[in-house]
Design a protein around this ligand. Structure first.
Ligand code: ARG
Length: 715
C-alpha cells in the first residue's frame, strides 16, 4: 500500500508531528525475540540472515523507494522491483502523447534504453541502533511542548556523531509515542532508471473499482535500476555510472504459494495508530473521514472532466489523480469498517480494563480522565486542519502561492547586494512548481467548490473573516454567487495562474506585486488565521495526546508483562510474518481467466478500468504460460496472506521461509480497512501480486526475457 503524502507546504505550516492474522510490524534489530515463533511457523533462516549490521542479510536487498514505498533488489546488477503504483509518477512523468509509456508499457531492450528518473531516490538501511537513552537523557525534565520543540536538534546531534566521515544519512524515529527512539543509518542512491513497466491497464487493472478490494487481478509492478559510480558509491546521474552491485539480492521462487505457507514481508510501513484512544476513533468516524472524502471528491470530479477531454492533460494529471483517489477510497473504507468492526466499542472495552488495573496506581489512575478532557477540548476544532490541507490549500494555485510565502520576508530584507542571490533562489523555487499540473479550468472549479464546502461545513464562528469579506464584497446576499465571482477574479488576475507570468515575476520579484496578488492574499489570509487561532490549539492537542498516549502504552506494557508489544508503523524498516491464507468465501489465489471474465463483465465501465490489451487476450487464448502456470494449467495473478502491512509497504517483497521472493505486496482488503487503528485478526489480509504473473508479464507479454535472465529463479 502506498503511503499517504502531505505537501511540503502543509508539513512546514502545520508541523504535523504525528499522521494474528499475524499482528505486528517488528523492528529488525529485535527479531531475536520473534525468531523461535518464526521458525515454528516455517522460517528457515537465522535471525542474523534476516538482519545483520556486519554481514550481508535480507535487509540489504530492501530499499525505501521514493520515500513512500518499498522496493527490493532482485539481481546482481541493481535491478529493483516495486509496484506499478509506486513507479506511477515516474512512468507518467516520462510519458507524452507521442511516446505514451503509461498506456503502452515499456521494456528497455538494453541498459542504454533505460530512462533516468530525475528526483527519484532509493535508500538502503546500513544499520539501525536503539538511541532511546541518548534521546531521553536530553529531554529529561522538559515539559511536552519544550520536549517536542527540542527533538529535531537532539536528533541532529546524534545523527551527526553517527554519520561522521561517511556519506550516510541518519534518521531517528520516535517509537511507542516516545517511549523509545531508533536511529536508522541510510545510504541513498540518486541515479535511478526505469527498466520496465506493463501498460497501465495491466499495472492498474481494476482501477478505483477494485482498489482496496479482493478478489484482485492487478499486475501491480514496475522495475527500475540503481546506478552507482565506479566505486559502488551513490552518485548523481552520469553516463559513466554503472549498475549497482548489491550486498544481497533476492532469489525468486516460482514454485508457487500454498495455503498455510510461511510468508514474511520486509518494508517501510508508513503510519498506524494502533494505540489510539476511543475518542480518536470517534473523531475519525464522526468528522474527519467524511470531510476528507467530500473534499477529495471535488478534486477528482474536476480532474476527471478535464482528463477525459485530452490525452495530454490525462497524462499530466494521472499520477495526482491516482494518489488522491487512493486515499479518497481509503477513508470511505476506514469509516465503514471502523463502524462495522465496532472499533470504538472495542477501544472502550480495552480502556475499561486499563482503568480497572490503574485504580490503585498513582501514575495511571487519572490518565483516562485526562484523555477525555484533552479530546473533548480538541473535537470542536478537529475539522480545521482537514479543511486547510484537503480544502483551502489543495488547489494547485494555492499550493504554488503558498510556496511563495517564505519569499515575502526574503524580499522585505533584500537589499541591492543580496538581490542576485535571492533571484537565484527564487528561480530554484520555481522548479518546485510543476506548471504542467496547472490545468486552469479544473483548478478553478476546485477552488470554487472547496470554498463553498468550507462555508457550508465549517461552523460560522470558526470561519476566517476573509471569507465573510469576500462574500460581502461580491454578493452579500448570495454566498454561492459571490464565491463564483471571486473565483473568476482570482484566476483572472493572479499571476500564479499562469506559468509565464510566474516566471516573469520570479525574474523580477517585487514585494508589492507579491503582496497584492489575489491568490497570495487568499492563502496568506487563511494561513495567518489558522496560525493565530487554531494552530496553537492543534499543537497543544498534539502535545497532550502524544504524552498521554506515551503513558498509556507504558501502562499497557506494565499491565501485560507477558505480551510482546510492537511499535506503530513510522516509515522505518519492519518485518511482518504470517501465512498464505484466504478469508471469508474467497479463493486465496486469482488467475488470468478471471481477468478475461472481468474484462467482459465490465466492458461498459465508464472509466474503462477493466480494458486489457488485445495481446493479452491472444496470449490467454494460446494458454502459453510456460513454467509460470499453476498445477491446474491456469496462470496465477494475485494471492492473499495474513501479514500485517500498511501504506508504505507497497512494493515490499513477500518472501518464503528461505527469503526467496514469491510475490509483491500491494494492497489491503476492504473488510479490514479499520486496520491502521485496530488490527482485526479474522479479516486483515495483504493483497499480493504473484511473482509468476510478474515474470510472465515481463517474459511473455513484454518479450523482455533478458530482464528475467538477470534474476536467480528457483524452480
Ligand atoms: N490501494 C493501493 C495502495 O495504497 C493501490 C493504490 C493505487 N491504485 C489506485 N487505483 N489508485 O497501495
Amino acid at each position: 500500500m502506498k503511503k499517504i503524502t502531505y505537501s511540503i507546504l502543509t508539513l512546514l505550516m502545520l508541523n504535523i508531528s504525528s499522521l494474528r492474522a499475524d499482528e505486528g510490524m517488528w523492528l529488525p534489530i529485535l527479531l531475536n525475540e520473534n525468531h523461535a515463533d518464526m521458525k515454528k511457523k516455517g522460517l528457515k533462516l537465522t535471525a542474523e540472515q534476516l538482519y545483520s549490521a556486519n554481514h550481508s542479510s535480507l535487509k540489504d536487498a530492501i530499499v525505501w523507494f521514493g520515500g513512500g514505498c518499498t522496493g527490493e533488489i532482485i539481481s546482481e546488477q541493481g535491478l529493483v522491483l516495486t509496484n506499478h503504483h509506486c513507479g506511477y509518477d515516474a512512468i507518467a512523468g516520462k510519458s507524452t502523447p507521442q511516446e505514451n509509456i503509461l498506456d503502452n508499457g515499456f521494456w528497455a531492450k538494453t541498459k542504454s534504453e533505460e530512462k533516468p528518473i530525475e528526483g527519484l531516490t532509493v535508500a538502503f538501511v546500513v544499520r539501525m541502533e536503539d538511541v532511546t537513552s541518548k534521546v531521553l537523557d536530553e529531554v529529561k525534565g522538559m515539559d511536552e511542548k519544550t520536549r517536542n520543540s527540542k527533538l529535531s536538534e537532539i536528533y541532529k546531534k546524534i545523527i551527526k556523531a553517527s554519520t561522521k566521515d561517511t556519506h550516510y544519512e541518519g534518521l531517528i524515529r520516535e517509537t511507542f509515542k516516545g517511549n523509545a527512539y531508533y536511529l536508522f543509518i541510510l545510504e541513498r542512491f540518486t541515479d535511478i532508471r526505469l527498466v520496465g513497466t506493463p501498460p497501465q491497464n495491466i499495472g492498474k487493472f481494476g482501477g478505483e473499482t477494485d482498489n482496496w478490494m479482493w478478489p484482485r487481478h492487478t499486475g501491480d509492478f514496475s522495475m527500475f535500476r540503481v546506478y552507482s559510480n565506479a566505486e559502488g558509491k551513490p552518485a548523481k546521474y552520469s553516463e559513466n555510472n554503472i549498475p549497482f552491485k548489491p550486498k544481497h539480492s533476492l532469489p525468486i521462487n516460482i514454485k508457487g504459494v500454498n495455503k498455510g505457507d510461511f510468508t514474511m514481508i520486509m518494508g517501510f510501513p508508513g503510519r498506524t495508530n494502533r494505540y489510539e484512544f476511543s475518542q480518536g476513533v470517534q473523531i475519525a468516524t464522526d468528522l474527519v473521514d467524511h470531510a476528507i472524502v467530500a473534499l477529495r471528491d471535488v478534486r477528482l470530479n474536476a480532474w476527471k472532466e478535464q482528463m477525459n477531454k485530452d490525452v495530454d492533460i490525462r497524462l499530466k494529471l494521472s499520477s495526482d489523480f491516482a494518489g488522491v483517489a487512493n486515499y479518497w477510497k481509503y477513508f470511505r473504507g476506514e469509516y465503514e469498517q471502523l463502524k462495522k468492526n465496532k472499533v470504538y466499542e472495542q477501544k472502550l472495552k480495552e480502556e475499561k480494563a486499563f482503568e480497572k488495573w490503574a485504580e490503585s496506581k498513582e501514575d495511571y489512575k487519572s490518565l483516562l480522565a485526562d484523555v477525555e478532557k484533552t479530546f473533548s477540548i480538541y473535537k470542536p476544532y478537529s475539522l480545521q486542519r482537514t479543511y486547510l490541507n484537503e480544502g483551502i490549500l489543495a488547489t494547485t494555485i494555492s499550493k504554488f502561492a503558498g510556496m511563495a510565502m517564505s519569499m515575502e520576508s526574503m524580499l522585505e530584507k533584500a537589499d541591492a547586494n543580496s538581490f542576485n542571490d535571492l533571484n537565484e533562489r527564487m528561480l530554484e523555487a520555481l522548479k518546485d512548481m510543476p506548471y504542467s499540473k496547472m490545468i486552469v479550468a479544473a483548478d478553478k472549479r476546485i477552488f470554487d467548490s472547496l470554498l463553498v464546502l468550507y462555508c457550508n461545513n465549517i461552523p460560522k464562528d470558526q470561519q476566517a473573516p476573509f471569507v465573510n469579506d469576500v462574500i460581502a464584497k461580491y454578493d452579500a446576499n448570495n454566498m454561492r454567487e459571490a464565491i463564483k465571482l471571486y473565483t473568476n477574479f482570482v484566476f483572472n488576475s493572479s499571476f500564479f495562474a499562469d506559468e509565464n507570468m510566474v516566471e516573469a515575476f520570479f525574474k523580477n520579484p517585487r514585494l508589492e506585486i507579491l503582496k497584492n496578488d489575489p491568490a497570495y492574499k487568499f492563502v496568506k489570509a487563511f494561513r495567518d488565521f489558522y496560525i493565530k487561532n487554531y494552530k496553537p490549539k492543534v499543537d497543544e492537542f498534539n502535545d497532550n495526546s502524544l504524552a498521554l498516549g506515551r503513558k498509556y502504552i507504558k501502562g499497557l506494557m506494565e499491565m501485560n508483562t507477558k505480551k510482546k508489544f510492537y511499535p506503530d508503523a513510522n516509515s522505518s524498516l519492519r518485518l511482518t510474518y504470517g501465512t498464505a491464507r484466504p478469508y471469508m468465501k474467497y479463493n486465496m489465489v486469482t488467475n488470468l481467466d478471471e481477468v478475461i471474465e472481468k474484462n467482459i463483465k465490465y466492458a461498459n465501465h465508464p472509466d474503462k478500468e477493466f480494458t486489457i490489451p488485445q495481446r493479452m487476450k491472444d496470449l490467454h487464448q494460446a494458454k502459453d504460460y510456460g513454467k509460470y502456470a499453476m498445477k491446474d494449467g491456469k496462470l496465477p495473478t494475485c494471492f492473499l496472506t495474513d501479514n500485517d502491512i500498511t501504506g508504505g509497504n507497497s512494493g515490499s517483497p513477500v518472501m518464503d521461509g528461505n527469503g526467496n521472493i514469491i510475490g509483491l505486496a500491494f494492497d489491503g482488503n476492504w473488510e479490514a480497512m479499520s486496520g491502521n487503528i485496530h488490527f482485526d485478526p479474522a479479516n486483515k489480509r495483504t493483497i499480493c501480486v504473484d511473482i509468476r504473473y510478474v515474470l510472465w508479464l515481463i517474459e511473455k507479454y513484454g518479450q523482455a526475457p533478458q530482464i528475467v535472465a538477470e534474476m536467480k529463479l528457483i524452480n
